[in-house]
Design a protein around this ligand. Structure first.
Ligand SMILES: NC(=O)c1ccc[n+]([C@@H]2O[C@H](COP(=O)([O-])OP(=O)(O)OC[C@H]3O[C@@H](n4cnc5c(N)ncnc54)[C@H](O)[C@@H]3O)[C@@H](O)[C@H]2O)c1
Length: 342
């Protein structure tokens, strides 16, 4: 079976490529390198025994996508390629709808045309917007009401896939899909072959690590007056290796004609202050922490109820201790303080 991994040069996609190679699969990574890193692909080629190909292409480029699916006889797709910065999506909404929604439509059309049978889509807890308290921890049944274009650009893709899957099933075609709604993805592969490198970096753990490495003057906490035990926001940090475990489990379980959605989180939240203390413990470094104002659209608590995927597939996160997840991130960042070379 040959897998197509879109966004394979990015943070999570490169970890998926690594896992599929380790499972003995053949992989085609497709990425337009708008954000991703060719160095990640080069590092992965060192462990691939010739089973990894790279295609520099945009998912919206119909001809290149069609040729890739045909030439490599792709059976299954893990679709990670997207722009993923909430703030940027508010400033440039149409760029997000073009890249994340319209280009995904081209990919889905070509996948169906090529006879792809399984499609796993990187969705996000941002599709839930600001859940009311009765939906914390968040189950899949929580109403999906995104509050920013990023979340909406992803929700549209869930809807397209669900409807396309239903229509394909009626025609007796083999097509199944799963939307995996990630919470905050963290850490990197423990041996440090690949890691996380976003520019600008907006994820909390890397930002705190940059402060620990002296690359930032200080870390700012946006709001300390939330109704949480220490007043700072609480989020669910799921380790990238656990996340990819879930992708592989879903891929193997998914039957043609099925349309599924699962939350991927550890089922527990850590506050911003707890994450800061964890980075201090793991790195042994101290750094300045400043008080900032609340940011609009930051709910006090967001964490998953992952009971559904546990009951149906037996998946649950192995990294439930925050320090262990942070240690893998610290390992990568301390060895690659400037990230990838380009
Ligand atoms: N990191 C998180 O915490 C998180 C949380 C929820 C959901 N997600 C989703 O997971 C996926 C991967 O996130 P990530 O953190 O690895 O992001 P990333 O930016 O590191 O990787 C995305 C990759 O997609 C590529 N890409 C973007 N648009 C493309 C296009 N049109 N054609 C081809 N390649 C394109 C980029 O070059 C990049 O390599 C995204 O879909 C994101 O929305 C991430």
């Amino acid at each position: 079976m040959t897998f197509l991994v879109t966004g394979g040069a990015g943070y999570i996609g490169s970890h998926a490529v690594r896992r599929l190679l380790a499972e003995g699969e053949t992989v085609v990574a497709l990425d337009n390198l708008s954000v991703g890193h060719l160095e990640a692909i080069e590092a992965l080629k060192t462990i691939a025994d010739g089973r990894l190909s790279f295609v520099k292409a945009d998912i919206g480029d119909r001809e290149q996508v069609r040729a890739t699916l045909r030439d490599h006889k792709i059976d299954s797709i893990m679709h990670f390629a997207a722009l993923a910065q909430v703030g940027e999506s508010v400033e440039q909404p149409l760029r997000y709808y073009r890249n994340n929604t319209a280009s995904a439509l081209t990919l889905i059309e070509e996948a169906l045309e090529a006879g792809v049978s399984r499609f796993i889509f990187s969705s996000t807890c941002a599709t839930y917007g600001e859940p009311t308290p009765e939906f914390i921890p968040i189950p899949e049944s929580c109403p999906q009401a995104p509050i920013n274009p990023y979340g909406m650009s992803k929700l549209h893709v869930e809807h397209m896939l669900r409807d396309a899957c239903a229509a394909a099933a009626k025609e007796g075609r083999d097509f199944g899909f799963a939307a995996l709604r990630y919470f905050n993805v963290a850490g990197s592969d423990p041996d440090g072959l690949i890691g996380e490198d976003h520019d600008p970096e907006t994820h909390l753990i890397p930002v705190i690590i940059q402060a620990a490495l002296g690359q930032r003057d200080a870390i700012t906490i946006f709001g300390e007056d939330y109704p949480t035990p220490d007043g700072t926001c609480i989020r669910d940090y799921v380790h990238v290796d656990d996340l990819i475990d879930a992708h592989v489990a879903v891929m193997r379980y998914l039957k043609p004609g099925q349309s599924r959605a699962y939350n991927l989180g550890i089922g527990n939240g850590y506050s911003v202050r707890e994450v800061i203390e964890s980075v201090r413990r793991v790195s042994g470094k101290d750094f300045e922490v400043r008080k900032g104002d609340r940011r609009p659209g930051d709910p006090p608590e967001l964490f998953a109820n992952p009971a559904k995927i546990k009951a149906e597939l037996g998946w649950s996160a192995k990294y439930t201790n925050l320090d262990e997840a942070v240690a893998t991130a610290w390992h990568w960042f301390s060895e690659h303080p400037n990230g990838y070379a380009s």
